[in-house]
Design a protein around this ligand. Structure first.
Ligand code: GLU
Length: 303
């Protein structure tokens, strides 16, 4: 298949719509990103790479980081992880406190904020330096140095009142072991990591390779863990729109409020789209359209 032609066509088709949607505005560093950008990159299981548009521009990966922190936690903690975190779609906003009360501080899944904060707590327990381990994982997976955006991390910390509430609420149920400040420091930093579509398409390669490292390094996760990560992305990876994503796109996806979406066709390819304008569900508006066009042009999806 001529993937380059497909990606070029997607970017050309969506050009007239550049600027659509609403850029996340809860912190200045995100609010000032121009919405008139669209990038798309793809990497096949065999390692061929294709990209179009603003695919080399780094953006704030935000909630896409939850995929990588979960990957690290699965490696370190194994199945015990699921004693602390569920794996059902929440049906509530990503930062909701409501369910946590009736479910005694056990988050529904690792991709809502409460779940990702619980994952961060596990990492603080199991890693000597969890922040460094996240960067080592990301850099190793894409073969290029990845860093945190300290301005973003500091703004997240200064405005993350709801995340502070979630962490303390879980701590009150005995579901967070470490100091809340240390756990949130990791969570806010992982959200601030800056990566491009090309880097993310490469970094998620293990999800279409049964857990094998995209660049030939040591196995990232087992085949079973890779399958489970894909299952969680499909059911919980796109805020409250996972049903709509499955219906319209049919690939495991993980999105972030920075406007990025990573997507996987198991055994075939991984891809990343980015456009900062979000729809009312918090997912990239043009990113979702780009994925829809990709599926329509290629026929590739899990269904
Ligand atoms: N960092 C933000 C938060 O925790 C949002 C992350 C996202 O949903 O992409 O509230």
């Amino acid at each position: 298949m001529d993937f380059q032609a497909v990606l070029d066509e997607i970017v050309a088709t969506l050009e007239p719509e550049l600027g659509a949607g609403t850029v996340a505005s809860y912190i200045p560093a995100l609010a000032r990103v121009s919405p008139r950008q669209l990038g798309i990159a793809l990497r096949t299981r065999a390692g061929e790479e294709f990209c179009a548009g603003d695919a080399a521009t780094r953006f704030s990966i935000q909630s896409i980081s939850k995929l990588f922190s979960l990957t690290l936690a699965m490696r370190h903690v194994g199945d015990d992880l699921w004693q602390r975190i569920g794996r059902e779609p929440s049906g509530n906003p990503f930062n909701s406190l409501v369910q946590l009360e009736s479910e005694q501080g056990k988050p529904r899944n690792p991709f809502i904020n409460a779940g990702a904060i619980a994952v961060a707590d596990r990492l603080v327990t199991h890693c000597a330096n969890a922040r460094a381990d996240v960067l080592t994982l990301l850099s190793g997976l894409c073969g290029e140095a990845v860093g945190f955006d300290e301005e973003v991390a500091a703004s997240e910390a200064a405005t993350g009142f709801r995340n502070v509430a979630l962490a303390n609420f879980m701590k009150s149920f005995g579901k967070i072991d470490n100091d809340v400040a240390a756990v949130l420091d990791l969570y806010f930093h992982q959200c601030s990591a800056a990566m491009s579509c090309v880097q993310l398409a490469r970094a998620t390669g293990y999800l279409c390779r049964d857990g094998a490292h995209p660049l030939g390094g040591a196995e990232v996760v087992s085949e079973r863990q890779a399958r489970r990560l894909n299952a969680l992305m499909l059911t919980c990876g796109t805020y409250d729109a996972a049903g709509e994503f499955a219906f319209r796109i049919g690939m495991p996806c993980k999105s972030g409020v920075g406007g990025g979406i990573v997507a996987v066709v198991p055994d075939t390819l991984s891809l990343c789209v980015w456009s900062p304008g979000l729809d009312e569900t918090g997912n990239s508006l043009l990113g979702m359209k780009a994925l829809e066009l990709f599926v329509a042009r290629t026929g590739l999806s899990v269904f």
